[in-house]
Design a protein around this ligand. Structure first.
Ligand code: FES
Length: 348
């Protein structure tokens, strides 16, 4: 069974100078999703299997299935989606996935976004407002004209004046209000929250953007006493894989594991050394059509469950502590840590 479905492009719309949104013609029942989830697009470009994940900016109740794509210099998929895609073209996409979701839209939620990090939050905001909940958004950009979905957000402000509030923060606009100048860093988050301490009582905090923004917001919220389980985040860039941000791989196992990988009900058996390839790469080399996208611990597409034995991850930016405790791993980051290891891609 292929991981990818072939779908047609329904609409391509320029959102800002460096962002387009692309809508697909999909069967709504097959492509069910929750606000905050993403899809992975696959295309062979110059003989290379390129996969990229993009969050959905549409909301499930809308008659639209749309992603936003920011232009990345030299980015093969973003270049394709910006310049070489037309209505009616076919693309391979995976069904929506991801854990960055809201469990109860009828409550009060807070969002911090920078740049294209607004994409999943826009979907969450629309669902929250529709369900009667409230949303306070802090949204950082360079300039007003580079602010993705500004028009749509401003329309929501008019439509839901009692449920929705947004503070735009610009690093390169000359704003009269000091609080709107600069970047979303620790100091700015402190200032924003001090303006309205009720924010700290919200039911959920949703952060999406580059790593430094997420760390600044997370650290400040924790410092101000917000419980960790209320803070949810999604990185929008793949962190650089350095010795510092690799978590210490804690394992006494220094041997070769007998690995069984289960994919689409089929079993693939092979040996893998503790210091060899990652489980994902080894699984693909041995014939499993294992799913992946970022290969950088961010997107969660390569998630699988350890049914027997032990594996250790070098980095993890997407699985929750609870999922890790349940035995889930990011196979793009995992090595075997026991003589026998059984990893199942079908249990997700
Ligand atoms: S492929 Fe993205 S987390 Fe593994």
């Amino acid at each position: 069974m292929s991981l990818f479905k072939v779908v047609k492009v329904k609409d391509v719309r320029k959102e800002t100078d460096d962002t387009v949104s692309v809508a697909f013609d999909v069967d709504k029942n097959e492509f069910r999703y929750q606000s905050g989830q993403y899809i992975t697009i696959q295309k062979e470009i110059d003989g290379e299997d390129i996969r990229r994940s993009y969050s959905l900016c549409s909301a499930p109740f809308e008659n639209d299935f749309r992603i936003a794509v920011k232009k990345i210099e030299q980015g093969k998929m973003s270049t394709l989606l910006h310049h070489n895609i037309n209505v009616g073209d076919e693309l391979n996409i995976m069904l929506p996935a991801g854990n960055f979701t809201i469990s109860d839209f009828s409550r009060k939620h807070i969002g911090f976004a920078a740049g294209s990090g607004i994409t999943p939050l826009l979907s969450m905001i629309k669902s929250t407002l529709k369900e009667g909940g409230s949303f306070v958004l802090f949204y950082g950009n360079r300039t007003e004209s580079s602010t993705i979905f500004k028009k749509e957000i401003d329309e929501l402000l008019v439509k839901y004046p009692n449920q929705f509030n947004v503070t735009y923060i610009y690093s390169r606009e000359n704003m009269a209000n000091e609080i709107q100048k600069g970047r979303i860093d620790n100091k700015k988050v402190n200032e924003l929250i001090k303006q309205d301490l009720e924010i700290l009582k919200a039911d959920g905090f949703y952060l999406c953007g580059p790593e430094n923004m997420i760390n600044a917001v997370k650290d400040t919220l924790y410092y101000l006493g917000v419980p960790k389980e209320k803070v949810h985040f999604e990185l929008f860039t793949t962190p650089v894989q350095t010795a510092e941000n690799k978590s210490k791989v804690v394992s006494d196992f220094k041997g070769t594991s007998q690995l069984t990988v289960i994919m689409d009900g089929e079993e693939f058996e092979f040996e893998l050394a503790y210091d060899g390839d990652f489980i994902l790469d080894a699984s693909i080399d041995h014939g499993a059509d294992a799913p992946f996208s970022c290969k950088g611990a961010v997107c969660c597409t390569c998630k699988a469950k350890v049914l027997e034995g032990k594996a250790v991850m070098e980095m993890n930016y997407s699985l929750s502590d609870e999922e890790v405790a349940q035995g889930y791993i990011l196979t793009c980051q995992s090595h075997p840590a026991s003589d026998k290891l059984v990893v199942d891609y079908d249990v997700t």
